[in-house]
Design a protein around this ligand. Structure first.
Ligand code: PEP
Length: 253
């Protein structure tokens, strides 16, 4: 079975102390996880080491970075490299969140570079894709998402693509309270898997976890995650509320 993943994206929220308490509250209340289940906490850079030590004794709980730079090393003041993350034992990193694409002008080509660097350190990229409202209203969402996949992932080998986690996040549903319907999510996830299958073969595509992101909360998680091609969620706002995120973890298949 593919990994079923509940990934928390804290974005630029919480002080160190608030983050420590949030993590603590969730770890105390979360259910035991099955062998095919994984909980990820994508925390701000300054909290990675603290978070890593908080989850050290937990089974199937990992810490992720929210971003890394697309160059290996050098004079890039303020940036954080994949190698730096690897050197503190971080195994997962979100890549291409729509907020990074929109506010920091990250291109599909930049993201391909980030993915190469992460994979070179044996880290797992959590690759975000998804369309804006205007694209969906024009009925162009499939072409849009296929282009994102092609330009950032299609250069990978079979072995490499199997390590990538994909998060489909329609931009119109992120932080807006609007969620894609369970049917809309499943339809796009099945499309993404078909694009991957065409390029890498069905057996490989079947091994790749595809998460849904966009206003997932306790009240809608089970219905969305029930989709055959939906392998959990990438969660922003609701991941900052312990009861909400614990309920989302409980909704994993
Ligand atoms: C996200 O940040 O990836 C996200 C999906 O946010 P929210 O759950 O708040 O819509």
């Amino acid at each position: 079975m593919r990994k079923q993943i509940a990934a928390a994206n804290w974005k630029m929220n919480c002080t160190y102390q608030q983050g420590e308490k949030l993590l603590d509250d969730i770890l105390k209340a979360k259910p035991a996880l099955g062998a095919d289940q994984l909980v990820l906490f994508a925390v701000p850079f300054p909290y990675l080491i603290m978070a890593k030590s908080e989850v050290a004794d937990e089974k199937n709980v990992q810490i992720a970075a929210q971003n890394c730079y697309h160059k290996k090393a050098g004079a890039y003041t303020g940036e954080v490299s994949a190698e730096m993350l690897d050197s503190i034992g971080i195994d997962y990193c979100i890549v291409g969140h729509s907020e990074r694409r929109e506010y920091f002008n990250e291109s599909n080509q930049d993201l391909a570079e980030k993915i190469n660097l992460l994979l070179s350190f044996d880290m797992v990229p959590v690759f975000c894709c998804g369309e804006a409202l205007a694209v969906r209203e024009a009925g162009q969402q499939n072409e849009w998402v296929a282009k994102q996949l092609e330009e950032s992932l299609f250069h990978l080998s079979d072995d490499q693509i199997k390590k990538v986690v994909i998060a489909y996040e329609p931009i119109w549903a992120i932080g807006t309270g609007k969620t894609a319907s369970a049917a809309q999510a499943q339809e796009m996830h099945a499309f993404i898997r078909s694009v991957l299958a065409k390029k890498f073969g069905q057996p490989t595509a079947d091994q790749i976890s595809i998460l849904y992101g966009g206003s997932v909360k306790a009240s809608n998680a089970a219905e969305i995650f029930a989709g055959a091609d939906v392998d959990g969620g990438l969660v922003g706002g609701a991941s900052l509320i312990p009861e909400e995120f614990v309920a989302i973890i409980k909704a994993l298949k």
